[in-house]
Design a binder for this molecule. Sequence first.
Ligand code: NAD
Ligand code: TYD
Length: 352
Amino acid sequence: MQRTILVTGGAGFIGSHLVRLLVNKYPDYRIINLDKLTYAGNLTNLKDVESRPNYEFVKADIVDAAAILQLFKDKGIDGVIHLAAESHVDRSITNPTEFVFTNVIGTVNLLNAARACWNDAFSGKRFYHVSTDEVYGALAPTDSMFTESTRYDPHSPYSASKASSDHFVRAYFDTFGLPTVISNCSNNYGAYQFPEKLIPLFINNIRNNKPLPVYGRGENVRDWLWVEDHARAIDLIFHKGKNGDTYNIGGHNEWKNIDLIRLMCRIMDAKLGRPAGMSEGLITYVKDRAGHDLRYAIDSSKLQRDLGWTPSLQFEEGIEKTIDWYLANPDWLEQVTSGAYQQYYEQQYKGR
Ligand code: NAD
Ligand code: TYD
């Protein structure tokens, strides 16, 4: 094998798309997927690549510094693409501490292990940290988009923990010369997203005729990017990005929540053979999220200019494709909502 790449959080939503891309595109790389398998980790997402000779799964917790160091020693890791995180804002409001452990301490443990094992011989090595646009805070409706030099201003415990981890990654580049790179991406959507996030939750609820809980007045704006375009951007930045640099990733695709929800209702009424307007009746305005950021919008022109990346899908096409995927995979949704997916590791991997 030419290179050994450690992907953390590869059983999650974005991580599983990235692992699939890397395993298929680089047969000469050994791809190690390290994941704790929290509620958000789902190994059934990777059934199609789990038997490939260049793929390996390791169940481990990045908060366990000794286990992470041992893994680096045992596996001869050349590159890290770090996605493992607690990622849901609402959960960070109910349990902020878990976000500090995984997102901050877990990241520092990985940085320390890379430093210890690479031992200042950094040629051919890279530590890539995958982050979010939420570190930049919230925009007013008329503000211009976040750029790579926008001042950090996180508001939720989730974004505060991601901002903190970004600072540590930069500090290890500045202080120790560790070859790091960071990207900050906007909201992703697509197949295999855990149905606690807006798009898969609402698709599932529309499908089951359940209420659609819109926070506040639905006026908040998010900038949506198809997850496979994010995975392509990560691959590009990992291979071609500059050490010490940050790249913003986004789709130039801002949607007010309520407009997006109405669009999903319209598409799904047509696909489910319901009378036009029926699913909109499920919309239920509920208490706003505490500290709810009004608007995110990201300027990804640096990535487009320097590395030639552009999103491949228009949103109207992407959202339809995504709805089609969830409707074609009711078993996946049912296994996730029932918790059955959590037995897959015991059934398929243990004792291998
Ligand atoms: P996710 O919640 O779907 O997956 C996270 C994965 O990390 C899961 O497989 C989980 O089991 C694993 N994990 C959690 N704690 C761990 C620990 N202590 N040790 C090892 N593994 C652990 O998240 P996602 O949406 O795929 O996001 C992946 C990364 O991308 C995160 O770092 C997130 O901050 C970032 N990001 C996400 C979005 C988005 O819209 N989803 C946008 C920009 C950036
Ligand atoms: P989410 O998918 O949780 O992503 P993030 O908070 O990281 O942007 O939420 C996207 C938007 O949808 C956000 O403005 C909150 C809103 N939202 C609802 O209105 N209702 C819901 O049930 C959820 C989960 C989110």
